[in-house]
Design a protein around this ligand. Structure first.
Ligand code: ATP
Ligand code: MG
Ligand code: MN
Length: 399
């Protein structure tokens, strides 16, 4: 059976466009392709995401990379695959034999046996459950499974004292944090944070903020709020001041972690060989910007209200004005867009991308993307300076 056309996105017509494929589809890097939020082959992309998660949970980094590339390729594909479609998919760079065979199985049977096996696999489903606790990574999830735990209750009762403080908060508010946040509430949380920043700085003339992450890519429901903020003159230590002010007014209930290293370095990205932990992992590690990872009260249960508090996850990222563009690019995602952006700049320019700044590997100099008046200008300058065509945030949904 051929796949139903699920596209609700206006960029893609219901009928397959006249083949051949668009020229940009053979671009090697996902950051140079258009990738919508919902694609015509969405169920297949979702099935691949389950396999990718299984690779992540078993610590298979090569596998994660391969499936991430394949998902980005499927999601960029402009029409629903029909019988024999694996030959077309194979033309997108980064798609290997394994995945074209999976597409063949999918087109012939409408399912993937590997995904069905995973959904019945106790180890996979249990590790996925534990991994969904904020602060629990793949290795801790596996450890908990190997200890014999199978439910959140098991972990609460038998492992509580050995969890980190962050993991305890993650477990305590598991249901709240796992609940998606509707767009208008994300926007409301953004306004609360922006207003507080204006209040605690000089009349707020210098404050600029943009909500990034999945919200900016067009998701109806977000896992958290990612707000990127800068201030023309008072960005330094703003992360601390803002967090304290929000705690004082009751909006912030818990601070998971706070990082002030950009302020402490005076606004420069770290030296090429310093802070190894940040750079070594390529994508996946923390970036060099000041940030505060928080638990908020939902505006539906604001401070002072009698209702039982609903907790929301909020990331506040503060950049120096010079890094506002890279901060926005780096925190908009999606993950494979970010991974390929780093690869592209490394291979094509000899640069190291970080949300806190781009550094020329040969000279160690920070790349200057110029002045900006608005957030959009700052972001466009980064694309231009990197020699990349502009891609709308809604078309960066690489998974
Ligand atoms: P969700 O709706 O689940 O929040 P999301 O795409 O917003 O989806 P997040 O985990 O909030 O996912 O991350 C938002 C973006 O910020 C990512 O796409 C990534 O580009 C960036 N990001 C996340 N964590 C880090 C980090 N530690 N260092 C650098 N960038 C990060
Ligand atoms: Mg997010
Ligand atoms: Mn986030």
């Amino acid at each position: 059976p051929s796949l139903p056309t699920l596209s609700t996105d206006e960029t893609y017509p219901e009928q397959p466009p006249a083949r051949p494929l668009p020229e940009w589809i053979s671009n090697k890097y996902a950051c140079e392709r258009q990738t919508p939020l919902v694609c015509p082959n969405q169920p297949f992309a979702d099935a691949l995401s389950t396999i990718k998660l299984a690779r992540e949970l078993s610590g298979d980094r090569v596998g994660v990379r391969a499936y991430a590339s394949a998902i980005a390729a499927v999601k960029t594909f402009p029409w629903a695959f029909e019988q024999g479609g694996e030959r077309e998919l194979g033309k997108v760079p980064g798609v290997g034999k394994k995945v074209t065979m999976l597409l063949r199985e999918w087109l012939q049977t409408g399912r993937l046996t590997e995904v069905e096996a995973l959904e019945k696999d106790e180890e996979f489903t249990t590790c996925r459950l534990f991994w969904n606790i904020w602060g629990v990574g793949p290795s801790t999830a596996k450890h908990l499974y190997q200890q014999g735990f199978r439910t959140l209750e098991d972990v609460k009762l038998q492992y509580w004292g050995r969890l980190t403080r962050e993991q305890q908060i993650g477990l305590k508010y598991f249901d709240d944090i796992g609940m998606r946040i509707p767009r208008d509430e994300v926007a409301e949380l953004g306004r609360i944070i922006q207003t507080m920043a204006v209040q605690i700085t000089d009349g707020g003339n210098g404050v600029h903020s943009v909500i990034c992450g999945g919200y900016r890519r067009g998701k109806e429901m977000s896992g958290d709020v990612d707000i990127i903020m800068t201030h023309r003159t008072q960005w330094q230590h703003l992360v601390q001041r803002l967090t304290e002010a929000l705690e004082k007014t009751g909006w912030v209930t818990h601070v998971l972690s706070i990082s002030k290293s950009m302020s402490e370095r005076g606004g420069h990205p770290p030296e090429l060989h310093a802070e190894k932990g940040i750079w070594q992992s390529g994508w996946g590690g923390a970036d060099s910007l000041d940030k505060s990872l928080l638990v908020f009260r939902s505006p539906t249960t604001p401070p002072g209200s009698e209702a039982k508090i609903l907790h929301r996850r909020v990331d506040i990222i503060i950049s120096p004005p010079s890094a506002f563009g890279t901060a926005i690019v780096g925190w908009t995602g999606g993950t494979t867009f970010e991974r390929d952006l780093r690869r592209l700049l490394k291979e094509r320019k000899g640069w190291r991308f970080d949300s806190g700044g781009v550094v020329d590997r040969a000279t160690g100099h920070v790349v200057d993307f110029g002045e900006w008046e608005t957030a959009e200008e700052a972001e466009r300058a980064v694309f231009r300076g990197c020699g990349m065509e502009w891609i709308d945030p809604e078309l960066r949904n690489t998974g």
